[in-house]
Design a protein around this ligand. Structure first.
Ligand code: PMP
Length: 282
């Protein structure tokens, strides 16, 4: 397997993390996960645009353009013969003796990336998943795709221990997003999702869904809703790069609707499927 390390391509065995990497000390960096379908990158431009934005928000200057990042990701996917998988990329503020404030200008960011095979989650897409709600204890810059994922890790583990596939964050009674996904509800044919504020990550899959709704004339309200309102939705689903559009069939042990994937959810899944097919024909 070929890995990317600041401009060079190495075997995994030859990749090393310094004890002084600020990602290791502080989680001082940002990342992206891009899906590969049929050997092609899905919504790569959107992902790398967000990557540059995340880096900028934490004041890391990246040495590559969006197009250069796409080329790196494509090379990783093709050299490693990935048909269905993910490209993972992260940047940290670099390697320097431990201190909280930024190291000097001479320290260059550490960019690492790799491609890995990962099959589509067909069973979950078809059957749906159970979720558990947890208190959203994260910081107030959830719009940054930060390497600091401690609250997300704790939330997902809590969900896993309750045999749930995802944790849904609730802040002051408001449903924000999942620990690694965005959350949507459907009530009387209208789609609801938290607005893209500092309290959520504006998911690329979330944007694909909103675009599909515009094309399909499906009503969308990007406004906050409460946990109580979530429990009463006709349909609920989550979105993410790797989970695509996954139906949620139970929340905290309560059935959503009749406990099966909802009609609008299934319709949006089929629109999503078309976008993958389009990519494969390009
Ligand atoms: N919110 C959070 C907190 C996430 O970690 C993710 C996935 N990385 C998402 C939402 C979904 O984003 P995307 O659709 O871009 O994968």
């Amino acid at each position: 397997t070929t890995y990317f390390n600041n401009g060079t391509y190495l075997e995994k065995e030859n990749m090393n993390v310094s004890i002084d990497d600020r990602g290791y000390y502080f989680g001082d960096g940002v990342y992206e996960v891009i899906r590969v379908y049929g050997g092609k990158l899905y919504t790569a431009e959107e992902h790398f645009t967000r990557f540059l934005q995340s880096a900028k928000k934490i004041r890391i200057d990246l040495p590559y353009s969006i197009q250069e990042f796409i080329q790196i990701a494509e090379k990783l996917a093709s050299e490693n013969e990935i048909q269905d998988g993910n490209v993972y990329i992260q940047v940290t503020r670099g390697v320097a003796p431990r201190m909280h404030n930024f190291p000097g200008e001479q320290i260059e960011p550490m960019i690492t990336a790799y491609a890995i095979e990962n099959l589509r989650p067909f069973t979950k897409l078809e059957s749906g998943v159970a979720v558990k709600t947890v208190e959203d204890i994260r910081w107030l810059r959830c719009d940054i795709k930060s390497l600091n994922l401690l609250a997300n890790v704790l939330a997902k583990q809590e969900a896993a221990e309750a045999s749930c596939a995802e944790a849904v964050f609730v802040r002051d009674g408001i449903v924000t997003e999942g620990s690694s996904s965005n959350i949507f509800g459907v009530k009387d044919g209208i789609l609801y999702t938290h607005p893209a504020t500092n309290l959520i990550l504006n998911g690329i899959t979330r944007r694909v869904v909103l675009k599909s709704c515009a094309l399909e004339s499906i009503g969308v309200i990007e406004e906050t809703f409460t946990l109580d309102e979530l429990y009463k939705m006709d349909e609920v689903f989550l979105t993410s790069t790797t989970s695509e559009i996954t139906p949620i069939i139970s929340i905290d042990g309560r059935e959503v609707g009749n406990g099966e994937p909802g009609r609008l959810t299934v319709r949006l899944q089929s629109v999503f499927e078309q976008t993958i097919k389009q990519l494969e024909q390009e």
